[in-house]
Unconditional design. Structure first.
Length: 277
């Protein structure tokens, strides 16, 4: 069992910032047995609550690749050092929702393990092949263990990104000693596990699966969109189900009708209730 619980996150630019960092800290604090430490690696500390330990973004002595869907900024966390942290740390994306106790994420496996949540879309063959791949929305690793990955990535970042596309595929394939996965039931994928299938999505809002401790939001559908009842930033948003259906079935509608009907979601109250300071 890991004695010291350390949660880390990373923030750069303007996409997330203090509102997301502060909410994540508050959700962690409500769902973990103390003591714990919450560390945010960030390029801007303005507006972050004082309980959060802020550190500068870890250095990365290479240019980041372009034209790739992977979040390669996370490679900053693969260095031989992370501030003065030692031992296992649990990384969390800023846009996830915590729905249950987190202690189990520090009790599972061995302290030297690299443990990711399972990438459900890869298991379903959504990336062109059925593959065993992790998801770096939530993953635990000992500080310094992924340094060989950072060195390999820095040797030719564009070639690595072109080959693997996603940083999580690169981690899964190259982590020293291999990777393990957290139990699938602990981590729900909002689009895959919470949204309701058509046509029941017009009658029932998204739900939290039993035993889910964390709900992740990969892609561009964020908790704010779930609260609104909108399938991401480009999703349609109308004030009633009837108007939504009327617009989608209108002869003037230019999009994919079935896709838009399938991607309708009702406002998700439990996200609004949980995703707060």
């Amino acid at each position: 069992m890991i004695q010291k619980k350390v949660i880390i996150c990373i923030n750069w630019g303007n996409k997330y910032g203090p509102p997301y960092i502060n909410r994540l800290y508050a959700m962690v604090a409500r769902n973990i047995t103390p003591p714990f430490e919450f560390v945010c690696f960030t390029d801007n500390t303005d507006g972050i609550r004082p309980e959060v330990r802020c550190e500068e973004l870890p250095p990365l002595d290479t240019r980041l690749p372009v034209g790739t869907p992977g979040i390669w900024q996370k490679s900053r966390l693969w260095g031989d050092k992370l501030a003065d942290l030692q031992g296992p740390v649990l990384f969390m994306d800023l846009d996830l929702v915590i729905s249950g106790n987190l202690d189990c994420f520090f009790e599972y496996g061995n302290p030297e393990d690299v443990i990711l949540c399972r990438n459900q879309l890869a298991s379903l063959g959504r990336f062109g092949q059925f593959e065993r791949m992790g998801q770096t929305s939530v993953f635990r690793f000992p500080v310094g263990k992924l340094y060989p990955l950072q060195q390999l990535f820095a040797s030719n970042p564009q070639a690595i990104a072109d080959k693997y596309r996603f940083e999580q595929r690169f981690v899964t394939a190259n982590a020293p000693g291999g990777v393990k996965f957290f139990p699938k039931r602990w981590i729900a994928h909002f689009r895959q596990n919470c949204s309701i299938t058509f046509p029941l999505n017009f009658f029932f809002p998204p739900r939290i699966p039993n035993n889910a401790r964390i709900v992740i939001f990969p892609g561009d559908l964020l908790p704010t969109h779930a609260i609104e009842g909108r399938w991401g930033p480009r999703g349609l948003l109308f004030d009633s189900r009837l108007r939504y259906i009327t617009e989608v079935l209108s002869p003037k509608f230019k999009g994919n009708r079935f896709s838009n009907l399938r991607h309708f979601i009702l406002p998700t109250r439990w996200v609004d209730e949980i995703w707060r300071e």
